[in-house]
Design a protein around this ligand. Structure first.
Ligand code: NAI
Ligand code: MG
Length: 414
């Protein structure tokens, strides 16, 4: 039954895909071509969850003739879900899909600046026929509505995506209220490593995708680029050219790749970091300013020759601003990549299969992309090492966060 509702929901999302993508662009500022990509991923993921609904099984544990022992897998109850504004509908799907597939009920809170797509999709949830009370959505401020979820005595779990600071706060609130289970998808400062033997054309496309995709408002953005010395000048030259020809502007223009930043607050934060980078003495290769007088547009920005202790290398900017520096050996690249409190993702660009596997094994990140970037699949788990979070979304792993095990041990008289 649950699978049926979720499949019906996926059908309805598909039917309404154009309006959902338009709402997402309008509300968030992201380019329409990217919004369509988000909606496609949403539909695929809800369908994937529909498929899970009748495949969450328990087990029998063999403990001898005098006992019959089995393990049931049960839902948690009411799940609180708090989502951010950078991928409003995609984060909605990552939250509600596994919760509903495993038989929980939920209360989801949208982000202040981008409530519209989830509210529209909520209408479709109703139409799909889920029983009343199973799915609940609220829009409100983090400090009021979000806080009410995190501290609630009857909510058994909270799933959160957003800043590390708020994640830390939610974990504390969960601990101090009823010890609700907590999963967190937080910030990042992901390294993108390029070796001398990389395919330059493909790599540059992935660098662009890594940092300018979704206007840089991506938790796993490849925001720290490390290039091996032999290819450094060529990469800088080609990457600069690609950044300067990237179409930035009106999100509803079909040709535009990078739309607007989501809010004045984000625009100010990004431009603030650009100033910091200039003051810290990084070389501004391109960009470094607002595009136009109106709207929240930022030119794709590349800082080169950065030092590890600079704030622009350490802190999450969450905009189209990237740092580039040089390394000589593989060991050095790994050390630089791992020099972060975060650990959400990493990129590796090489044509050497040995280098790829070796570096993938040694970088501390929840996702490693090799010769690709920002590349998602409903069956592939996503989540963070270190201060990038707790728990995984998507894949079979997501179901772990929404079920608990009950061991039943029965004595048998023999
Ligand atoms: P935030 O983490 O404060 O907001 C995300 C969500 O949490 C929103 O729904 C918000 O209403 C809610 N929230 C805020 N305070 C809360 C509280 N006390 N209790 C419960 N819920 C609360 O992020 P914000 O302030 O919008 O953005 C600040 C920075 O965070 C960004 O510049 C970016 O660096 C980072 N960020 C990272 C995201 C990611 O995907 N990892 C997403 C959004 C922001
Ligand atoms: Mg905040």
């Amino acid at each position: 039954v649950r699978g049926g509702y979720l499949n019906k929901l996926a059908d309805l999302l598909y039917e309404h895909r154009d309006i959902l993508a338009s709402i997402e662009s309008l509300d968030n500022g992201k380019a329409i071509q990217l919004a369509r990509g988000d909606v496609d991923l949403v539909i695929r993921y809800i369908r994937s969850c529909a498929g899970w609904a009748d495949k969450v099984t328990g087990s029998v544990v063999e403990t001898g003739r005098d006992h019959f022992t089995y393990v049931r897998r049960e839902p948690l109850g009411v799940c609180g879900q708090i989502i951010p504004w950078n991928f409003p509908l995609l984060m909605w799907s990552w939250k509600i899909g596994p919760a509903l597939a495993t038989g929980n009920t939920l209360v989801l809170k949208t982000a202040e600046s981008t409530p519209l797509s989830a509210l529209y999709a909520s209408k479709l949830v109703k139409e799909a026929g889920f029983p009343a009370g199973v799915y609940n959505v609220v829009s409100g401020f983090g400090k009021i509505t979000g806080e009410a979820i995190a501290t609630h005595q009857k909510i058994k779990k909270v799933a959160f995506t957003g800043s590390t600071a708020t994640g830390r706060h939610i974990m504390k609130a969960a601990a101090e209220s009823n010890l609700k289970k907590v999963t967190l998808e937080l910030g990042g400062k992901s390294p993108n490593i390029i070796f001398d033997d990389a395919d330059v054309k493909k790599t540059v496309q992935n660098l662009v995708l890594g940092i300018f995709y979704n206007s840089g408002e991506v938790c796993c953005a490849g925001s720290r680029i490390y290039v091996q010395e032999g290819i450094y000048d060529e990469i800088i030259r080609e990457f600069k050219a690609a950044a300067e020809t990237l179409k930035v502007g009106n999100p509803f223009d079909e040709e535009v790749f990078q739309g607007a930043q989501t809010s004045q607050q984000q625009l100010d934060k990004i431009l603030g970091y650009v100033d910091i980078g200039k003051k810290e003495g990084a070389t501004l290769v391109t960009g470094g300013e607002r595009l136009g007088e109106t709207g929240y547009f930022v030119k794709p920005t590349i800082f080169a020759d950065v030092k590890e202790d600079m704030r622009i290398v350490k802190e999450e900017i969450f905009g189209p601003v990237v740092t580039v520096s040089k390394f000589s050996t593989k060991e050095e690249a790994i050390k630089l990549a791992n020099d972060s409190e975060y650990g959400l993702a990493a990129g590796i660009h090489t044509t050497n299969v040995n280098t790829a596997h070796d570096v993938a094994a040694q970088v501390r990140a929840g996702t490693v992309w090799v010769n690709t970037y920002n590349d998602f699949h409903p069956m592939v788990p996503f989540g963070g090492y270190g201060q990038s979070g707790i728990g995984r979304e998507m894949g079979v792993e997501a179901l772990e966060n929404y079920t608990q095990y009950k061991a039943v041990r029965m004595g048998i008289t023999i």
